[in-house]
Write a protein that binds this ligand. Structure first.
Ligand SMILES: Cc1cc2nc3c(=O)[nH]c(=O)nc-3n(C[C@H](O)[C@H](O)[C@H](O)COP(=O)(O)O)c2cc1C
Length: 221
């Protein structure tokens, strides 16, 4: 099993979120996974231009580092997203990656993969950021085992308990993948997405030729 950790804090080795992510990655490694951390703030990932090329052709019109990172995500069985809270949300770098992954949502490209998310904050709100990233991964078809965070500005020692939890959750990510764990409520979300988005795919079948073909091949339309 391969597990990729995506860190979206621009603070490099000073990042508290990276410390938690590293603990989760260590847990996954000790449970037998092949692991890698990718710091997306070090890559050139431009804003999505909204051109729809990914929907029509299955590939982005921009030549930057996005496809390198995306290929790594697609090559992984477990995905750990880590972002600090920046103004009650993920960092701009994480949001930019998410926007560029829009076709992964349309085509449910993270189907069969397992996710975990991590956030740190100054004064709180880590649950909100975790929820946002979890919803994104589930929205792309993944199954999420949970999230872990700490308000390190308000309560600096809380990072220690969070690191222990992150380590255990990293291990659990590997167990979830190995046993093909099912979360019924997420299955419902996946099913409802396919039901609700099918008509949009059908209406746009010429404009979104790639996505339509993908849905036909999957037997979703
Ligand atoms: C631009 C910016 C916006 C932030 N917004 C919030 C916020 O809305 N709420 C909060 O609790 N902390 C906020 N913080 C604090 C960070 O979330 C906190 O320091 C976090 O632990 C940083 O993670 P890192 O060390 O991994 O970069 C913000 C920090 C920055 C630089």
């Amino acid at each position: 099993m391969k597990v990729i950790g995506i860190i979206a804090s621009p603070r490099g080795k000073n990042s508290s979120t990276l410390r938690l992510l590293e603990a989760a990655i260590e847990g996954a490694y000790q449970a037998g996974a092949e692991v890698e951390i990718v710091d997306i703030t070090k890559f050139r990932i431009n804003y999505c231009k909204g051109c729809g090329s990914c929907y029509s052709k299955g590939e982005c019109s921009q030549e930057d580092d996005f496809s390198y990172v995306m290929d790594k995500i697609l090559d992984s069985d477990g995905i750990i997203f880590g972002s600090p809270n920046y103004i009650d949300s993920v960092t701009a770098q994480m949001k930019t990656l998410m926007d560029r992954m829009s076709d992964a949502k349309h085509c449910q490209l993270l189907d069969g993969k397992y996710g975990l998310t991590i956030s740190t904050t100054g004064g709180g709100g880590e649950e909100m950021v975790i929820r946002y990233m979890n919803d994104f991964l589930i929205g792309c078809g993944a199954t999420v085992i949970g999230g872990v965070g700490a308000a390190v500005g308000r309560d600096p020692p809380s990072i220690n308990a969070a690191m222990e939890k992150a380590f255990m959750m990293g291990k659990d990510l590997v167990s979830a993948f190995s046993e093909k764990r099912v979360y019924p409520e997420q299955e419902v979300i996946h099913r409802i997405f396919r039901e609700n988005f099918g008509p949009t795919i059908r209406v746009n079948k010429e404009k979104w030729a790639h996505d339509y073909l993908h849905w036909v091949q999957k037997g979703w339309v």
